[in-house]
Write a protein that binds this ligand. Structure first.
Ligand SMILES: [Mg+2]
Length: 131
């Protein structure tokens, strides 16, 4: 069964490296997921990161930015009364993915033009929503 998902992306070391450069394939991944009908959100323990989305012209693909809780994830998300809850998360922190489901990515620490994690994420999410 195909279902529309609310997909929540972490920022640091998931979408951008420590220096702030964008991981290869992020724009393509966001565009493909939107074309598939999914709703994308970006959340970060460092607050709402619209500036990162603006820097890389990704804002138009993202429905919302939120503050990501750092622990007690499910309770904290309920307390925060977000307008939507994550159906799947993409995060370099396994704890976040353990709490909500989704895909754990290799931390993107340094710029690497050969990094292909975002293609793998698309395939993993595709399996996820086809289940
Ligand atoms: Mg992170």
């Amino acid at each position: 069964m195909i279902r529309v998902m609310h997909i929540f992306f972490d920022v640091d070391q998931t979408l951008i490296c420590q220096e702030g450069t964008l991981r290869p394939g992020v724009g393509e991944l966001f565009s493909r997921l939107r074309a598939d009908g999914h709703h994308l959100y970006v959340w970060s323990g460092n607050g709402m990161r619209w500036e990162v989305l603006d820097r890389y012209n990704l804002r138009h693909l993202v429905a919302g930015c939120f503050f990501k809780p750092l622990y007690n994830f499910r309770d904290a998300v309920e307390r925060a009364r977000l307008p939507v809850l994550p159906d799947a998360c993409v995060d370099d922190s396994p704890e976040v993915v353990a709490a909500f489901g989704g895909v754990v990515v290799e931390p993107y620490g340094l710029p690497n033009p050969l990094d292909r994690e975002m293609q793998r994420v698309y395939e993993a999410l595709h399996r996820y929503w086809s289940e």
